[in-house]
Design a protein around this ligand. Sequence first.
Ligand code: HEM
Length: 547
Amino acid sequence: MTIASLVMQWALILVITLSSWLYFRRRLVNSTLNNLPGPPCQSFWKGNLDQFFNRHASEFHKEVTQNYGAIVKMQGIFGKPMLYVYDPKALHTIVVKQQDIFEKAESTVRLVTLLFGPGVLATLGETHRAQRKMLNPAFSINHMRDMLPIFYNIVHKLRDAIATRVSDGPQEVDMLGWMGRTALELIGQGGLGYSFDPLVEDKADAYGEAIKAIIPALITIHVFRELLPYIGWIGPAWFRRRVVEVFPNKQVQKLKSIVDTMATRSVEIFEAKKAALDQGDEVLAQQVGEGKDIMSLLIRANRASSLEDKLPEDQLIAQMSSLIFAGMDTTSNALSRTLHILAQRPDVQERLRDEIIEAGHGDNISYDELVSLPYLDAVCRETLRLDPTAPLPTRQPNKDVVLPLSEPIRGIDGKMMSEILVPKGTMVIPGVLGSNINKTFWGEDALEWKPERWLFPLPSAVTDAPIPGVYSPLMTFFGGSRSCIGFKFSQLEMKVVLSVFLSNFTFELTEKPIEWNVATVRYPTVGKESNVSQMPLKVGLLKRVRD
Ligand code: HEM
C-alpha cells in the first residue's frame, strides 16, 4: 500500500467519524426541529439536498408542500436541519417582522457582491434600506405609466420579427429564446436607457451575453463556487485579484471575464448617462430611454438628495447589472410559462384574445385599461400562483429565534407545538409555492390552474390570512423590505407582450414535450434530459386580424 493511499484511507475514516459525530450531535441538540414532521432523506451525507435542489424536483416539492403541514423539517449536509415554512404567521415573522434576523446567508451575500458589486441584491441592513429608498420611486406606478410607450415600441419590433418568420404559415419557434431577448431589451431600455438588442438581426451584445452566461458559468464551477465567497477574506484587493488571475481553471477564468465585462460596461454606460444628464433635457430626449429609464431617475434622485441620503457611485453602478440579472430570466420564463399554458388551453387563449381585441387590438392599449383587463390579470395571476418563477429564496437566522405559528402543530412525539425555536444558522426556505397552493386557504382545487378563481372574490380564508406577499395574496414576488422591487415592471412587461401577441398570433403545442425544471429561476427544456433551455411552440399569424 502506498503512502498516498494510506493517507486517503485515514482522511476518509476521519471524515466519516467527524460527520457521524456532527450528525448525532445535531439530532440531539436540535431536538425541537427534529420533532417536526418531514420527508425521509435519501442520503446520510447530503440529507434531502439532492431531492429538493434538483431540476427534476417538481414532484418532491409537491410532496413537501402537501404531506407534512405548513412547517416541514428536511435535512441538509451531515444531518443539519433545514426548514420549509409556509405557515402564514411564521412566514410573516421571517419576511417582515424579524427580517433583520432572517437575512440572506453570508456566503450568498459575498458571492453576489463579487459578481455585481454592492447593489440591492447584495447589501444588508441600513445600506440596503438606503438603496431601496432611492430606487423605489423609479418603480412606482407613475413611472411605469411613463415607460409604457418604450415597452410598446420594443414589443412591436418583436411582433414584426416573429411575423416575418411565420409569414408563410405556422412555424415552430423557440418562444423562450424570443422572450429572453425581449426581456433583456425591456430591462435594458427601461432600466438602463441602453439598447442591448434591436430585435431585428441576430447580433449579440457583450454586456447582455455576460449576464446571460452567469448561471451556466456558476454551475460549471460548482466546487470552486463554494470557495469564492471566502476569497473576500484573503488579503488586500490587489492580492485577491492576482490569485484569481493565476487560478489554473478555465471555468474560473471564464467567470472572471464575465465579471470584468459587466464591471467595465456598467461603468461606461453610467459615465455616458451622467454626461448626457449634464447636457440637459434636449440631449437626454435623444438617448435610448429618453431619460425616463430607472438609472437616469436614480442618478437625478441621488444628485438631489441630502448628504446623509446620498449613495456612493459604486453602489449606483452596481444596481445596473443587479437589475438586469434579477429582471431578465424571471420575466422571460414567466411569460414562456404563460404562453405554454395558453397553447395547452385553446379555450382560454380564445377568450383572452377576445378581451384584448375588444380593448384595442393590443396596439397601445392605455396603461389604465391594460392593467385592469380582468381576464388578462386572472391568467397572469393564476400562472404565477401555481408556477412561481423564483421558488427557492433561502434565509439564515443570524441568531437563535422563536418562530410563532398560526395553528399549533403535532410533533413526531405526539406533543402539540405553537412555536419553534430556530437555532442560528439553520437554512430556512420561505415556502413560496407551499403558500400559493395551500389547500387550507385556497380549497381542494388549489393545485388546478383555474384563472376564473380571480374573477370572483377569493375565499375569505385566503384574504384573512396574514400572507406577507407584496403581490397579495401570493408569495411569488416575496414580501417585506426584500420583496421584488420589479414586480410592477414585470407585470407590465407580461401584459404588453401578451396583449400584442394574442392580437397577432396563435400558439399551439408541437410534438416536442416541454418539461419545466426546478431552479433558482424555473426554466423549460424539451424533454427531461436535455440541458438546453428552450420552449418550441407552433406559432401562426392570426387570420381574423390579417384578413
Ligand atoms: C416574473 C418575474 C419576477 C419574479 C417571479 C421575481 C421574483 C422575485 C423574488 C422571489 C425576489 C426575492 C428573492 C430573495 O430575496 O431571495 C425578488 C427580488 C428582486 N427582484 Fe424580482 N422577480 C421578477 C421580476 C423582476 C424584475 C422585472 C426586476 C427588475 C426590473 C426584478 C428585480 C428584483 C430585485 C432588484 C430584487 C432584490 C430586491 C431586494 O433584495 O431588495 N425582479 N424577485
